[in-house]
Design a protein around this ligand. Structure first.
Ligand code: EPS
Length: 391
């Protein structure tokens, strides 16, 4: 059975829950390690009032004993602190919930209208509560566990912001800086931007957006170092790792595009300028490339170079300055609903990206090396590494 997870939970409901199944036994995991990723997701200049309310903490309910995974499904719960203010409005049993927070004015760009029509809900809150990016806390929790699995094999994931509201992140970091240096600078920055000059300009842009009741999007980059050659496969469309990573990233709320390596930039170059030439290091018995325009993936298979992924997040669709919309009851023009919102959440989206990428990589890793215990997985991995050296 492949590694899998499911999440449930509404943004202002009682809690978010997630079940992760398919991890081997014997993997050390602590709640604090999951909470660290949850806290990283909550940071970032430009977040709104909700982040002052929530301090996400995961509670492990099942699947872990004595600090290690059992091999059984892992169940986690993240309480919504804001629930205390929404208990009556989000009540599970009460059939008259009142009109206090009913939404009849769909926000352009949000799931409100399409979801309302599809599920036949005339209170669009029934859509926005689940469409909300609050759900990503649960995805990050699942990803945080798989990150531990990857770390056991010295696979490291780093992320940073490369564009915010059209302001460029500066240096071509994927080639100019080591992943360690990127992580160091990005963790020290409020916007997860490695260039302090660019960051300052981005902050100015966020303040400007806030003043006009507007929102901003941007681009984040994820780099994964230490991956073995051979994750994913060329043989079937749904086994190609590039496609699977793109799906994981595209499914994050508000993501509108994904690139791998040189990505869209390849369109402006000759093939001879794009493809990474192959060399062999006789001393270390390994193939290598001097460039990495492929972003670590060829034919849907990892090639041993760093994985480089980028995703673009559109400006958030909830605006303090609402756009034209239509009242779904009267069908009269109306300004879209104003909900509390963030000005930008691209730094948070980058952290979510790191963790969903971790999950997809762990899935591919377990497919390749299998094993019901960490010990068995390590043995299989070492055997393959030996085979690769002798290739
Ligand atoms: C969100 C709206 C805001 C964000 C929220 C996503 O929440 P609220 O409507 O409660 O103010 O803060 O993000 C989170 C709660 C989170 O944990 O990331 C939306 O509509 O998508």
């Amino acid at each position: 059975m492949p590694l899998r997870f499911l999440t449930a939970g509404e943004s202002h409901g009682q809690a978010l829950v997630v079940i992760v199944e398919g991890l081997p036994s014997g993997l050390p995991i602590k709640e604090e390690e999951i909470n660290l990723q949850l806290a990283r997701r909550q940071m970032g200049y430009g977040r709104g009032g909700r982040m002052k309310i929530e301090q996400d903490k995961a509670e492990i309910l099942a699947g872990v004993r004595g600090g290690k995974t059992l091999g059984s499904p892992i169940a986690l719960k993240i309480n919504n602190k804001d629930w205390a203010n929404w208990e009556k409005i989000m009540d599970v049993a009460q059939d008259d919930l009142g009109q206090a927070k009913v939404v009849h004015h769909p926000r352009p760009g949000h799931a409100d209208l399409a979801g309302g029509i599809k599920y036949d809900h005339h209170d669009l809150r029934n859509i926005l509560e689940r469409a909300s990016a609050r759900e990503t806390a649960a995805r990050v929790a699942a990803g945080a566990i798989t990150r531990k699995l990857l770390a056991a094999f010295e696979i490291e994931i780093v992320g940073h912001l490369v564009n915010l509201g059209g302001v460029d992140g500066g240096v071509d970091v994927s080639t100019d800086l080591s992943p360690k240096e990127i992580a160091k600078r990005s963790e020290a920055s409020e916007l997860r931007c490695v260039d302090p000059k660019a960051e300052k300009e981005m902050i100015g842009k966020i303040d400007k957006a806030k003043a006009r009741g507007d929102s901003l999007g941007g681009v984040f980059e994820i780099i994964v170092a230490g991956l073995p050659v051979g994750l994913g496969s060329h043989v079937q469309w749904d086994r190609k790792l590039d496609g699977r990573l793109a799906q994981a990233l595209m499914s994050i709320q508000a993501i509108k595009g994904v690139e791998i390596g040189m990505g869209f930039g390849t369109a402006g170059h000759f093939g001879s300028e794009v493809h990474d030439e192959i060399f062999y290091d006789k001393k270390n018995r390994r193939f290598f490339r001097k460039t990495n325009n492929a972003g670590g993936l060829e034919g849907g298979i990892t090639n041993g170079e760093n994985l480089v992924l980028r995703a673009v997040m559109k400006p958030l669709s909830t605006l303090y300055r609402p756009l034209e919309s239509v009242d779904i009851m009267t069908k009269e023009p109306y300004q879209a609903a104003v909900e509390r919102t963030d000005i930008t959440a691209v730094p948070a989206a980058g952290v979510i990206g790191e963790n969903v990428v971790a999950f997809t990589l762990a899935e591919a890793f377990l497919e390749k090396f299998g094993g019901d215990s960490l010990k068995e997985l390590q043995r299989n991995f070492e055997g393959y590494q030996k085979q690769v050296r002798e290739f």
